[in-house]
Design a protein around this ligand. Structure first.
Ligand code: GDP
Ligand code: MG
Length: 430
């Protein structure tokens, strides 16, 4: 997707004012790129139309594309809704293996941080293992799990679970349900029955971010059949192409509320349409990156890094701080995906990246303080590069690469900031 969009941008470079003619080709590229990312055809059509309509006569297509993507995904962050009185009931639905059971526990963990108590209800009665899984996850996040074995109907379990939660004054009841590999009538009827019994505040469709073209049809069916209030996009840490994210709001009118970015209980976050748009446009999820970095770096360090990124004065000290923070952040997959210019990441690439981080650190450690602050010194002097190579036990070529990489990073970050600053929507004239 990203390279398709990149080629669309590059065709527009230097074109000051957009006309019907010079916009046609880049719009074709955008269309193709979105289709390749598994965005469904009707969504792509409407999207391309909306962008073309706005873009003709104004200069900044990238800003418009970004803004339209954000709009397509709902604009703002959509918070969960809570019941005014009594327990808030959240019903989770979705196909098998998308992450419903995991989301139950992640969500309880997430709500706990907001000071809310939860209870999980085990409604997947077809496999004993599904109940055990929920019980284990519940123990992990220290949240009670209501179970009634595999002989009780899910709607009956729902009724009992809700009564129990009311008795215990629990704030939020989260109902796990059984998924099937494909949409089928049995699953839908069961969900309808459970929904009738629970009268849930939220019905959240859990969607695997890897879902391709089928996402639009899937979301539509669940929405028409059961009525959803929103969606949770899981496995965004994986090799996802983002198409599903673009389809949900457009076909159902309901927002994505949360995203799962990993298998750990902490890996659930609000869904930020602007960041997702940035990611899709190849800008990387820089805001998430900086935010995540803030969690592990001292506050001042993080602000300093942000300023440096903005002013493109990023030096080797920052490079080192950042790579160390990255290492502390744990999940490399996730973080690498956020770095501008990094697209899909495979496990092999992660191991490779971890190795090269070690190599980079070794080289930076032997630089003088001036060299760290002024990477230009190393760029200009092969004597200095030779010395760094010798002292760190690396090759001169590796040192040259590192220096080049730092400058590339500066350029990327500068471009990125340019895009973000110029990314606001210009006034439209008809
Ligand atoms: P269910 O059938 O919908 O209940 O799906 P599960 O909750 O059992 O999850 C299926 C698999 O996906 C499990 O191995 C989970 O650990 C994994 N999984 C769930 N959410 C995520 C996520 O956000 N990222 C990754 N990488 N794996 C996930
Ligand atoms: Mg399950």
């Amino acid at each position: 997707l990203t390279s398709g969009l990149e080629s669309a941008w590059s065709k527009l470079k230097g074109e000051e004012v957009l006309t019907k003619e010079n916009i046609a080709e880049p719009m074709r590229d955008i269309r193709r790129a979105l289709l390749e990312a598994d965005v469904s055809l009707p969504v792509v059509r409407r999207f391309v139309q909306a962008v073309s309509d706005q873009a003709v006569g104004v200069g900044v297509i990238r800003g418009i594309v970004n803004d339209e993507l954000v709009k397509l995904m709902g604009g703002e962050v959509s918070e969960l809704t809570f019941a005014k009185s009594g327990p808030t009931v959240i019903l989770l639905a979705g196909l098998q293996g998308v992450g419903k059971t995991t989301v139950c526990a992640k969500l309880a963990n997430y709500l706990k941080k907001q000071g809310k108590t939860s209870m999980l209800v085990a409604g997947d009665v077809y496999r004993p293992a599904a109940i055990d899984q929920l019980v284990i996850l519940g123990e992990q996040v220290k949240v009670p799990v209501y179970t009634a074995g595999t002989d009780t109907k899910p709607s009956e379990i729902a009724r009992q679970g809700l009564a129990e939660a009311k008795k215990k004054n629990i704030d939020v009841v989260i109902m796990d349900t059984a998924g099937r590999l494909q949409i089928d009538k049995g699953m839908m009827d069961e969900l309808k029955e459970v929904k009738r019994v629970l009268n849930p505040t939220e019905v959240l469709l859990v969607v695997d971010a890897m879902t391709g073209q089928e996402a639009a049809a899937l979301v539509t069916t669940f929405n028409v059949e059961i009525g959803i209030t929103g969606a949770i996009l899981t496995k965004l840490d994986g090799d996802s192409r983002g198409g599903a994210a673009l389809s949900v709001k457009e076909v159902s009118g309901k927002p994505i509320k949360l995203v799962g970015r990993g298998e750990r209980m902490e890996d659930l976050e609000p869904f930020y349409p602007d960041r997702m748009a940035g990611r899709i446009l190849g800008m990387g999820d820089v805001l998430s990156f900086v935010e995540k970095a803030q969690e592990v770096m001292k506050q001042e360090d993080a602000e300093d890094l942000q300023k440096k990124i903005m002013s493109a004065k990023f030096d080797f000290n920052d490079f080192l701080k950042q790579t160390r923070a990255v290492a502390r952040m744990g999940s490399m997959t996730r973080v690498l995906g956020m770095i501008p210019g990094m697209g899909k990441v495979t496990p092999a690439q992660i191991r490779e990246a971890e190795k090269s981080l070690k190599i980079m650190e070794a080289m930076i450690e032997v630089m003088t303080p001036e060299e760290k602050e002024k990477p230009e010194l190393l760029a200009e002097s092969s004597t200095r590069r030779k010395r760094v190579a010798q002292e760190s036990g690396k090759t001169e070529q590796q040192v040259s690469q590192l220096v080049a990489q730092l400058f590339q990073m500066r350029v990327r970050m500068k471009n990125l900031m340019g895009v973000m600053e110029g990314g606001s929507i210009p006034a439209l004239n008809n």
